[in-house]
Design a protein. Structure first.
Length: 511
């Protein structure tokens, strides 16, 4: 590897932060554009769902592939390729004239993000060799990545209102083009590994994770007993264990299963998965509450998230400093516990709650999320052999992405089930016509066109169902906090923090 001059380190960090911000922002900003996309492209609910989830499907399915390609062919090269693909996909999405073209462009964006994401963290590891300097860099990188997720809803509404739905994709093009020019100049070259590609592992991981995400996306809409959903679930059930068997037997696997023998790494992975499970699941439904029940505009609902965004910015460097001083246990457990408490507290507020009453919950939620991003990334970098840094980063991000998709599916299933039962009972009491006695969609869209008693029943049922889903998410995060606390418990007599002492890895011989 050719190390960059000291003056270039700041430019490397700025480049990686900007591109990761763009990739994370794209995960959520499109949500605000969906109503306008549906109107102008004449898309139904299913098509709009795939505009969002097509990105997640390809991203989750190919993240491990992106990591191993970076290790094999050079992280700089694969990072630049991914950034170019993502930028081109953004332009194609902005120019789309049909829903099908837009979905294809979103999948192309997902491919680009899967290629550039794993290399970003591993490049940071090699550029910032001093432990304290690296911790600060990762703290900033993690905070900016989290910030992209947090400000997406804030920016999306005003951008769509002012410039139209295509603007949420056009915004990526100048960032991506500038990032490409800067990255080509300042990112260092990395020596590629000479081992062969794990083609069976590549195929099984893409098939298994792709089928799993597809089934989770389609399950809530089609029903969990639908033939297509069951078929995809069966494919995932067969492909993922086969992937584990192949990786266990491979001499040069794309996912080294010894990664999970390290309880600290396992604790970090569990934290990343569960934060996405609880927070992405909740964040998917909260805009529905604010806009469809409370009557807020998309811009107002987005601006309501600013306190959470601010706390993420504050928490990222704080958690990085705590990890450097005490190890990852304190910030990870505290972050999970704060998020669990925030979701539980949010379930205490109904449709008539005023914003000043529950803004503290958003502050706690942002603090909890911000406390987890940097410790997970720092732990991965410090305990994994550099030759496998791309693989480890891809594993972490795959778990985060799968956690978010599973969170939306599971909490959505809880919400829909409770909504159906509560609303059916309410409509019976009201003597509603038989054709209303059926499950309503998760969001009470169009409820305003119903008679007032039925409209009120829909809103009340939705709020009740959302509360149940939030409490389930809270319980899951609380359980995760306990598990992570046990996994990261420091053995008696151990002096350094668990994340501060790299675990020897036999793969170092393959560099």
């Amino acid at each position: 590897m050719t190390k960059p001059p000291a003056r270039h380190k700041g430019l490397v960090l700025a480049t990686l932060c900007a591109t990761m911000f763009m990739a994370m922002l794209d995960n959520v900003i499109v949500n605000n554009a969906l109503p306008r996309i549906g109107q102008q492209l004449h898309s139904g609910v299913s098509g709009l769902q795939w505009v969002v989830e097509g990105y997640s499907l390809v991203y989750a399915a190919l993240l491990l592939t992106g990591g191993t390609l970076g290790d094999r062919y050079g992280r700089r090269r694969i990072f630049l390729t991914g950034l170019a693909v993502f930028t081109a996909g953004s332009a194609a999405a902005a120019l789309s004239a049909t829903t099908g073209t837009l979905i294809a462009a979103r999948m192309f964006q997902g491919l680009g993000a899967a290629l550039l994401t794993p290399g970003s963290l591993s490049i940071l590891r090699h550029v910032f060799t001093d432990e304290k300097e690296r911790a600060r860099a990762v703290g900033l990188w993690s905070g900016v990545s989290a910030l992209g997720l947090a400000v997406g809803p804030v920016l999306g509404g005003p951008i769509v209102d002012a410039f139209g739905w295509a603007a949420v994709f056009w915004i990526n093009v100048p960032i991506g083009a500038g990032g490409l020019l800067l990255a080509a100049r300042v990112l260092p070259e990395f020596a590629a590994r000479t081992q062969r590609l794990d083609l069976p592992g590549q195929a099984l991981s893409a098939l298994g994770f792709g089928a799993l995400v597809y089934a989770l996306i389609e399950g809530p809409g089609r029903g969990w007993t639908d033939t297509r959903v069951l078929t995809l679930a069966a494919v995932a059930t067969l492909a993922l264990p086969a992937f584990v068997v192949v990786e266990a037997r491979s001499t040069d696997p794309m996912l080294d299963l010894r990664f999970f023998r390290d309880r600290v790494l396992t604790g970090a992975a569990v934290s990343g998965f569960m934060i996405s499970f609880g927070m992405f699941g909740a964040a998917f439904f909260l805009p529905l509450l604010m806009q469809d029940v409370m009557g807020w505009s998309p811009s107002d609902a987005g601006l309501a998230g600013l306190p959470m965004t601010a706390m993420i910015v504050v928490a990222a460097p704080l958690s990085s400093a705590l990890t450097s001083r005490h190890g990852p246990r304190l910030p990870l457990v505290a972050g999970l516990a704060l998020c669990a408490a925030a979701l539980g507290a949010l379930s205490l507020y109904g449709a008539h709650a005023r914003y000043p009453q529950y803004v503290w919950v958003l502050l706690a939620m942002g603090l909890g999320m911000g406390m987890t991003f940097a410790p997970v990334s720092i732990t991965i970098m410090q305990r994994v052999d550099p030759a496998r840094a791309g693989m480890a980063s891809a594993t972490l991000n795959t778990l985060r992405e799968i956690g978010g998709v599973i969170g939306v599916a599971v909490l959505g299933a809880v919400l829909s089930s409770r909504l159906t039962a509560t609303l059916t009972e309410a409509l019976h009491r009201l003597g509603a016509p038989a054709d209303l006695d059926r499950p309503f969609p998760a969001a009470p869209d169009g409820a305003a066109a119903l008679p007032d008693p039925v409209h009120d029943a829909v809103n009340a049922a939705f709020v009740d169902a959302l509360h149940v889903a939030l409490r389930c998410g809270s319980a899951a995060l609380a359980a995760a906090a306990l598990v992570v606390a046990l996994l990261l418990r420091r053995p008696r007599g151990a002096t350094p923090p668990p994340a501060a002492r790299p675990t020897p890895q036999p793969q170092a011989a393959h560099r």
